[in-house]
Design a protein around this ligand. Sequence first.
Ligand code: BG6
Length: 511
Amino acid sequence: MVTAEESVAQAAHATGRPGDPCIMVICGASGDLTKRKLIPALYNLATENLLSKSFALVGMARSQMTSEEFRNKISEEIGQFATGAIDEDMWHWLARRIYYVPGGFDDPQSYGRLKELLEKLNIEHGTRNNYFFYLATAPTFFATIVRQLGEAGLVNEEKGWRRVIIEKPFGRDYETARKLNQDIREVLSEKQIYRIDHYLGKETVQNILVFRFSNGIFEPIWNRRYIDHVQITVSETVGVETRGGYYESSGTLRDMVPNHIFQLISLTAMEPPVSFEADVVRDEQAKILKAIQPMVPEDVLVRTVRGQYGDGMEDGNRVPAYRSESNVSPTSNTETFVAMKLYIENWRWADVPFYLRTGKRLPKRVTEIAIQFKRAPFLLFRQTPVDKLTPNRLVLHLQPDEGISLSFGAKVPGPVVRIGGVNMSFNYKDYFNATPQTGYERLLYDCMCGDATLFQRSDMVETAWQIVGPILDVWGALPARNFPNYAGGTWGPKESEDLLRRDNRHWSPSA
Ligand code: BG6
């Protein structure tokens, strides 16, 4: 059943109409996310006419500032963080709608002041009592803010809609995620909660669904009969930068796997949904997560690899080991690299390994999904050495060089039959003249239209933590004794290669 709200959201996407009149409140507005992503994204939406003319923005944080000071600060920063040139008139239009209220997140009086300001702005800007709150704070505040919003009567939907966007990390394991879900569900209904994962804001990630389900030729071979295995690589060249403190309590597994990488797995592996309604799509994604069997401890030992970078090189410069980064313990056992092999136990995917790897200080920044098809029977080419026969590999290049490529074997010209591997590739930039975006535009717009398709549902978040839980447990019980075990600027520890070599496979050469 399509709800009235969903059909309005679908119509918005089809027609490209502006989001609903509303006020956006950013809790934690003095942080990096606001200036780097959220404000530039709102500006981009405004230039594309996707922001309602009846829109206002309120920043809330502990720093003492007036609205004027906040507006000036943001106006200075936008030049640096905008994704393109700034049109002065457009910026002034947006800047005039920006306000600020100082306040502690656990102080009820702050919410009293916020409420007063919202009521005033609602009249001035004609925002029809629609508010959404973006929690861009430390995760320890998520439940507190939601409770305070509830107590202040700010999420009551009697007169307009009220929604809350919650940033990651959503919990640090299954128990904490479940508790957070329980706490916020005491105040909000599930349809008011938008758990954000910025990977779903990426065009190329959204394109996985379009590629699979709008083309008739791939779906029939998208299964265990034709696919040998799948590899997902999310590699970064940067180290932990200024986030040592956060990283020490998180590590790569928590930071990347149950969220970003599981999004990629579920979109790659899900069954075709019968429609693009939020819950229909998310039901299919959730089924994939539920079909990934959590590992028993023995599996963790053989099917997972963890690493931590030592000294190394990045772009020709010497870079320090993780243990020498600021706010990192010199004896830290936190992982900065993870590789693992997972199985999705359903009819489509049984016995097809999904290998994934992600880490910091690797040689190249790349996010890609490589689908490796089974080899041809080769009857015709018995004389060709097996390693010269190129297996067909379809690679979805998600960033930074967005595109799709397919490799296959072709006859090398000449009198002797020799086979060479060739590549057919599509690059986004050759076909679409898209203006650069922050990746948050679509997600903010969807929230303003009431479309939660690209946001996490509570069951998805909890199931994801259930899958990584046994790995966290085993790694916690058996601290790594060989850290650091890879030099900065290399592809992680040797065990990561071994993980595939044991199965007679290799990591995708395109990464
Ligand atoms: C964030 C992680 O969620 O995603 C970071 O906390 C990581 O550690 C980042 O660097 C990667 O995002 P992107 O968009 O650069 O691939």
